[in-house]
Design a protein around this ligand. Structure first.
Ligand SMILES: Cc1cc2nc3c(=O)[nH]c(=O)nc-3n(C[C@H](O)[C@H](O)[C@H](O)COP(=O)(O)O)c2cc1C
Length: 175
């Protein structure tokens, strides 16, 4: 586990290799078992592997979603706002669990932020995706996680990026 946490990087370039169905199931099982407030599990996952839909998802916002165009798989993580007041936290945890599970299965992934992002001047990225995938209005899309076999390996972040100044002990500042 620590090996995954220390070495994981976001993957935005995927090979053409399709992800085996057994792996897709393992990924989703990990997400379905993620921790959530009061075990409310307010999430729903929409698995997308249709090339036309993946292309559409890549257009959900002007920047930062284009990686989805060439991903073999995307998991849309949506939260039920009527089930939990902390659906954002719960769906964020499910999203990172998906990413860590992907890494553990030898896959790469990248989180695409949808919550609070806009498709254009008239439509939010959430509205765009809900229209595209026929998602009902009590759900809101938090993220789309693009997943696939890595086309390139990225080096791990190292000592330089490990900012120990962000860690305090017992008191934020010395009195
Ligand atoms: C909440 C959140 C939103 C993110 N949104 C995007 C996004 O929309 N597009 C993207 O390409 N990467 C996105 N990322 C990935 C970050 O850019 C990436 O994690 C960060 O640059 C650190 O790089 P690393 O994951 O390779 O360590 C997001 C990550 C998080 C946690």
């Amino acid at each position: 586990m620590l090996d995954i946490l220390y070495n994981r990087r976001s993957t935005r370039k995927f090979s053409d290799k399709k992800i085996e169905e057994a792996l897709v199931k393992q990924l989703l099982k990990a997400a379905l078992l993620a921790p959530s407030s009061k075990n409310g599990q307010p999430w729903e996952f929409i698995v997308v592997d249709d090339a036309g839909l993946l292309n559409q998802l890549s257009l959900s916002k002007p920047h930062g979603a284009c990686l989805l165009k060439h991903a073999p798989l995307a998991v849309v993580v949506a939260g039920d706002k009527t089930k939990s007041d902390v659906w954002i936290e719960d769906c964020s945890i499910a999203s990172i669990i998906l990413q860590l599970a992907a890494e553990g299965l030898g896959l790469g992934s990248c989180w695409v932020q949808i919550h609070r992002r806009f498709h254009d001047d008239e439509q939010t990225a959430n509205e765009f995706i809900c229209n595209l995938l026929h998602i009902p209005s009590h759900l809101e899309v938090l993220s789309v996680v693009g997943i696939g076999y890595k086309a390139t390996d990225r080096s791990a972040l190292g000592t330089k990026e490990t900012d120990w100044q962000k860690v305090k002990r017992n008191s934020y500042s010395k009195a």
